[in-house]
Design a binder for this molecule. Sequence first.
Ligand SMILES: [Zn+2]
Length: 109
Amino acid sequence: MLLLECPYCGVTAEETEFHGGGEAHLKRFGPGSSDDDFETYLFHRENPRGVHFERWRHVTGCGKWFHAARDTATLEVFGTYSAQTTTPPEDLVELIRKKRPGFKWRDIA
Ligand SMILES: [Zn+2]
């Protein structure tokens, strides 16, 4: 069972109260960008076995989008945080590093 806490209303609930929205922190490319950048934005997604940053929406509660860091293999949730950030919070990254030595994600090493 996957338990998530909405960072906006503070409710902790099973994943059935939420809706997954795919990978978090995607850099968007639009008109005027190169074909390669646009293709990457549209189609390329990370699919790690381990720590992953995802978008979730609290559909049965406040309705807001947020981000969650979790392990896709163990379902351990490291934390949830505002969707208004372009990178994960540093304190959350430190927590992940303590639990998963050698953790790397994009530019975060
Ligand atoms: Zn909520």
